[in-house]
Design a protein around this ligand. Sequence first.
Ligand code: C5P
Length: 438
Amino acid sequence: MFEDRCKEGRELLERMKKPLIVNHYDCDGVCSGSLVKKGLLGLGKSPQNRTFRALDEEVLKGLRDEREIVFVDFGGSMGEKIEELLPDSKVLIIDHHQVKESKVLQVNPFLFGIDGGNELSASSTAYCVFGEPKLADLAIVGSVGDMQDPFIGWNRKVLEEGIKAGEITCEQDLRLFGRVSRPLISFLAYCTEPYLPGITGSEEKAAAFLGDVGIEVKKGENWRKYGDLNKEEKRVFVSGLVRHLYSMGRGNSARELIGEVYGLPKRPIGTELSDAKEFSTLINACGRHGKPEVGIGVCLGEEGAYKEASALLLRHRKALRDGIEFGSRAVEDYGKFYFLDGRGIIEDGIIGVVAGMLYSVISRDKPIIAIAYYEDGSVKISGRATAKLVKEGMNLSKLLHTATEGIGLGGGHNIAAGGKLEPNKLNEFLVRVGTELA
Ligand code: C5P
């Protein structure tokens, strides 16, 4: 049973002294790496973190001198390679990607028939290993970062334990980014998820919308945020947005405005850290722009980390806005899928995020495949689908794995997957994707 494997994982951690935590660089990777660090500190250990964009043979070879290693948010399919390249190390893998069982001890929901794509992130899996309610906030932020909300199954159990412990709140409300930290005008003008036609990109138009619905943007000297509005003002605000989106032919976006939102009442109120979604974007901003250690510092509440992360967030949001602006012009309809060529324009670290956000401007009836350059000039692939497509049978992990066979690497989840292509193999890859989807 999954619970027994979690217990085995915890017992192995208890036998370690100074483990190296090797974690992935996205939000779930940084949150799970931080959660494991916090959990190990609680057990009196002296852990360190190292963050990587991907786990491959080169990375494993570089870990040969490490005696105790915990792989988090990757490693699931690398068990045999780990055995071969790190035979003298004590190793635990905590992952939620599709997996191959090996002799290396692995805590992974997929080994027990639990869907790691939507029921447990690496962070919530790591939470299950420690079972400490005070770690629930990082578990939930990691799951939100991997777009697993609204939560079902095991994630729901983690959420409920977090709520009971006073670490998390859960309510139905507007799901737009910036509910708690952004002044109303920039809240709307910088809203990209969904894209608000006629508002996104213009502070003047955002202010005009707020004037039309009769919401005051300032109280005295202070700019008001959505979280400052009273119940009636929130209702007026949301119904104004719904009307606006319907009038622009964006009924799909309007229906997604409201949903479960998760608050983190023990983190500083009024900052990004008090809302799971904003927290997750802040961590992505750190990890995806080469500063995962700042993200880990934020997760662990270290002094100064939040300030540094806020500066990275500004850069991240600008890169996303520019990426979406470019993407909405450049995205092409390839029949069975959308294709975005972001090479030389969009950084590899955010191409997947941009691809996912493009669903606010493209129709949601097919997957999107986007590409960018890695620093070494090879091609990075990111695929994104929608929950509805997954329900109808879409599996991007399988698609990218098959379409890159012999010409690269690919994998991930049903709804979000990634990969890498060898030089000059793009055409072959695209033809294969088209054939697989036909
Ligand atoms: O890089 P991107 O954000 O597009 O990746 C989407 C998902 O696919 C992530 O969960 C990542 O861990 C996974 N992935 C993978 N194997 C790869 C590349 C990405 O499992 N080669």
